[in-house]
Ligand binder design. Structure first.
Ligand code: HEM
Length: 463
């Protein structure tokens, strides 16, 4: 029993001395957490490397997690490993109030009118990317999506100057940044002599210098452009202070970091699942023919692609890129007769939450129509579909990500016939952002005609 007569959330048995459930969590978190829910209900505990982790699983419990204030469940405390990546004084390395202000500076870049402006840039980047594919071939799908999303994010969020400087061989810099995230990084991200940390720091220095150059070029320019970089240059804290170059670079790195690999992975799963389900793919293609009528794809058209949108949502549900979200418990969390004690960690798991049969019918079945009008299984309870998180820290880039994924597959599906060259794609839980275990290879063949309903000038020609 804990203070106030409440009991600690029940502990799932099993696990190893000290490591606890860490290995099983790394192997298959969905199976482990489903087991916990089946035995104890929606709040229970596991042990991870000597730390008690209270799991909140299911829409009701997830709402308790997402609604807790930062003073009780702290995101900053668990995301401190990002400080060497984003920089001192940026995002999680500031006070909660300063972090909120910094997040506020990002919103203008992700608002409706900006999304409209990004549409063309997104299409140009995808077209340029596939222009080098030739008539047919095979490629590593996850690697291709990773490279493409680096270009899209760089172009839309940092600007053309930076994008032009970012040649394909520099796309790996983002990979090296993320490579610095491992168990050691959670313990002490500044440890010297760790090769992954040194690669991370080199990549950060290089990217920082490149973004710094783009920033200097922008400052030297007489006229303003209405993009993300300018929004940050004009932004002011509540006390009137402008952002330093260090803060601007840090926020840009943080935004790309948060949004790029996650988008790449969701784009990958969207395609894998569609290609594994040809009947649904046929409906996606049919919709493309009905909605897209020319070369240029508009934001309005993307928004009308409801069948594709449901495929993306189903990918989010079945394979959310971030499978676990954590908080440090700063003050006891009371839930009914249970307590999650201060000092431990609290967790929600989008991956496990999305496989609860009481929330999503036949959760292991691919069924994008579960989101169609009339069914809308994600709307039956708050915080049921949480691939983009929830509450105060909910993702601010979800609309950008979904728009980008729609654009990627609209361009590629119209130009190429696709098949998977590999089978049985299972999630690789060993990585921070969970994509399919390699190999995951795509075969493509250029269509003789671009798939559109009414060919406009220049469209529909044999490629
Ligand atoms: C498919 C792609 C994406 C996925 C799956 C995703 C997922 C998430 C999730 C789960 C969170 C909540 C983390 C937590 O509660 O601990 C989050 C937060 C965040 N995301 Fe995304 N995200 C994606 C794309 C993006 C994009 C494109 C951007 C920016 C352009 C972005 C920017 C952010 C930021 C800044 C936060 C922190 C918000 C805060 O703490 O207040 N994300 N994202």
């Amino acid at each position: 029993m804990s203070a106030g007569g409440r009991a600690l959330a029940p502990m799932l048995p099993g696990g190893l001395p000290w490591l606890g459930h860490a290995l099983r969590l790394r192997e298959d978190p969905v199976a482990l957490l489903r087991e916990g829910a089946a035995r104890f209900g929606d709040v229970f505990s596991i042990r991870l490397a000597g730390t008690r982790v209270t799991v909140f699983l299911g829409p009701r419990a997830q709402s308790v997690f997402f609604q807790a204030p930062e003073t009780r469940l702290s995101a900053r405390e668990v995301y401190r490993f990002t400080t060497p990546i984003f920089g001192r004084g940026v995002v999680y390395d500031t006070t909660p109030a300063a972090m909120d202000e910094q997040m506020g500076f990002l919103y203008p870049a992700l608002r409706d009118e900006r999304l409209r402006a990004y549409t063309r840039a997104m299409q140009e980047e995808v077209e340029a990317f596939v222009s080098g594919w030739g008539d047919e071939g095979e490629l590593d799908l996850a690697a291709a999506m990773n490279e493409l999303t680096v270009f899209v994010a760089s172009r839309c969020l940092v600007g053309e100057e930076f994008r032009r400087a970012l040649t394909p061989d520099l796309a790996h810099l983002f990979h090296d940044l993320e490579g610095g995230i491992n168990l050691l990084g959670f313990i002490n991200p500044w440890l010297p002599l760790v090769p992954a940390f040194r690669r991370r720091d080199r990549a950060r220095a290089r990217l920082g210098a490149m973004i710094g150059e783009a920033l200097a070029a922008r400052r030297a320019r007489a006229h303003a452009s209405v993009d993300f970089l300018d929004a940050l240059l004009e932004a002011r804290y509540a006390d009137g202070r402008a952002l330093t170059d260090h803060e601007i670079v840090g926020l840009l790195v943080a935004t790309i970091f948060a949004g790029q690999h996650t988008s790449a992975v969701m784009a990958t799963w969207t395609a894998v699942l569609m290609l594994e389900h040809p009947d649904y793919l046929a409906r996606v293609l049919d919709e493309q023919c009905r909605v897209l009528d020319g070369e240029a794809i508009t934001l309005e058209q993307l928004r009308r692609l409801a069948v594709l949108e449901r495929a993306i949502k189903e990918a989010e549900r079945m394979h959310p890129p971030l499978v676990m979200l954590m908080r440090r418990i700063l003050e006891d969390v009371h839930d009914r007769d249970l307590v999650a004690p201060a000092g431990g960690l609290a967790m929600v798991s989008p991956a496990a939450a999305h496989r609860l049969p009481e929330v999503f019918a036949e959760p292991d079945r691919y069924d994008p129509d579960r989101f169609a009008p009339g069914r809308e299984e994600d709307r039956r309870a708050r915080n049921a579909l949480i691939g983009f998180g929830g509450g105060h820290h909910r993702c601010i880039g979800s609309a950008f990500a979904q728009q980008q994924i729609k654009m990627i597959w609209s361009v590629i599906l119209r130009r190429f016939e696709l098949t998977l060259a590999t089978a049985s794609h299972r999630p690789d839980y060993a990585t921070f952002v969970v994509g399919p275990r390699p190999p995951c290879r795509l075969r493509y063949r250029r269509r003789r005609r671009v798939a559109v309903a009414v060919p406009a000038a220049g469209v529909g020609q044999p490629a």
